[in-house]
Design a protein around this ligand. Structure first.
Ligand SMILES: Cc1cc2nc3c(=O)[nH]c(=O)nc-3n(C[C@H](O)[C@H](O)[C@H](O)COP(=O)(O)O)c2cc1C
Length: 331
């Protein structure tokens, strides 16, 4: 599946060298969104696409999704394994097994410490990119032997953690503390962002919201149009009181969840509103008020629905232009 679109300039970093990819642009794991077509489009363009394990209802179906991805690209791609404390946890060890049996050698872990999984992945020559939201967790992950870190600032869609440190400080702080390659995540969506991330000491960027608004994202057009129409003010932080903060789109449901918890409500009071099944309906049916759905501040900068591969090339080309323009100031 090679595309005729113009290629972007070369951009090598420690991250591209580590994984054997052309461009340090990653499509982070996204529940209900990270399927074969999107991951393959990003990888085929030279970035790193990531299939989201738990979007598949069983490990066997994950194996099939990996196979489908491989039919669409022969370039490297990864699988996201999000490990969250839940009442009935999915069979993580079986998903892990499906990943390595399928020959995948890049895994993005997120949600909690990768420690319980490191020995298994090391035995199977899997390079782990651990996504976390603080420098202390990044340093711990480095000590555990991950190959790279993806550090998610306060701007990000999904779980920004509880420290509220935006990328402008988080990224250089991570650069000072880590020795392994790391990518910057949260708020990135264009070449200005990639150039800035590199300037701050990162080896690349990870993006969710930007790829959610790409042609291959398997979500209703109304979701993509809402991202284009929305501004950086149109997200809400829910679950603050529960210390499990999530950044989601501002809508009738997230407004209600914020109100209930601010009025002293507890998780059981909001549970029926925040089920994964309702969030999935937003993406499948396009009813923007059906449930909660993750989106980041960068939606305020997203202006089009573009093929994911074009986005990778465009972002790298823009980053080059931005960097050249900046060096002119120095002349
Ligand atoms: C719709 C959506 C679903 C997401 N689901 C997951 C997930 O299941 N696991 C995960 O580790 N990150 C998830 N994320 C977070 C992204 O991988 C990424 O870290 C984040 O979007 C980066 O911030 P940005 O949106 O500003 O680019 C999700 C993001 C979005 C937009």
């Amino acid at each position: 599946m090679s595309e005729a679109a113009p290629s972007a300039p070369r951009l090598r970093t420690r991250f591209t060298e580590l994984l054997g990819i052309e461009y340090p642009v990653v499509q982070g794991g996204m529940m209900w969104v990270g399927r074969a077509e999107l991951a393959a489009a990003v990888s085929e363009a030279g970035g790193l696409g990531i299939v989201t394990a738990l979007t598949q209802p069983s490990p066997a179906e994950l194996a099939r999704e990996i196979e489908r991805t491989r039919k669409l690209t022969d370039k490297p791609f990864g699988v996201n394994l999000t490990i969250l404390p839940t009442i009935t946890p999915p069979p993580y060890d079986e998903y892990r097994r499906a990943i390595v049996d399928s020959g995948v050698t890049i895994v993005e872990t997120a949600g909690s410490s990768p420690e319980p999984h490191m020995e298994f992945f090391a035995e199977h020559n899997v390079r782990v990119i651990h996504k976390c939201t603080s420098v202390r967790h990044a340093v711990k992950a480095e000590r555990l032997g991950v190959a790279a870190v993806s550090i998610d600032g306060f701007e990000c869609a999904g779980h920004p953690g509880e420290d509220d440190v935006p990328g402008l400080v988080l990224i250089p702080a991570a650069a000072d503390a880590l020795t392994i390659p790391f990518i910057a995540s949260g708020g990135f969506c264009d070449g200005r962002g990639l150039a800035a991330a590199l300037a701050l000491g990162a080896d690349g960027v990870n993006m969710g919201t930007r790829f959610l608004c790409s042609a291959e994202a398997p979500v209703a057009e109304s979701v993509k149009q809402r991202i284009i129409d929305a501004s950086e003010l149109d997200t809400r932080l829910i679950f603050r009181q529960l210390r499990n903060t999530a950044r989601v789109a501002r809508n009738a449901v997230s407004d209600e969840v914020v109100r209930i918890l601010a009025d002293g409500g507890t998780f059981p009071d909001v549970q029926p509103l925040v089920t994964g099944a309702r969030g999935r309906l937003v993406f499948e049916d396009g009813d923007l008020d059906a449930g909660i759905w993750s989106v980041g501040l960068s939606q305020g900068l997203v202006r089009d629905i573009a093929p994911a591969g074009d986005l990778v090339r465009r972002i790298v080309s823009e980053a080059r232009e931005v960097t050249l323009r900046m060096t002119e100031h120095l002349a």
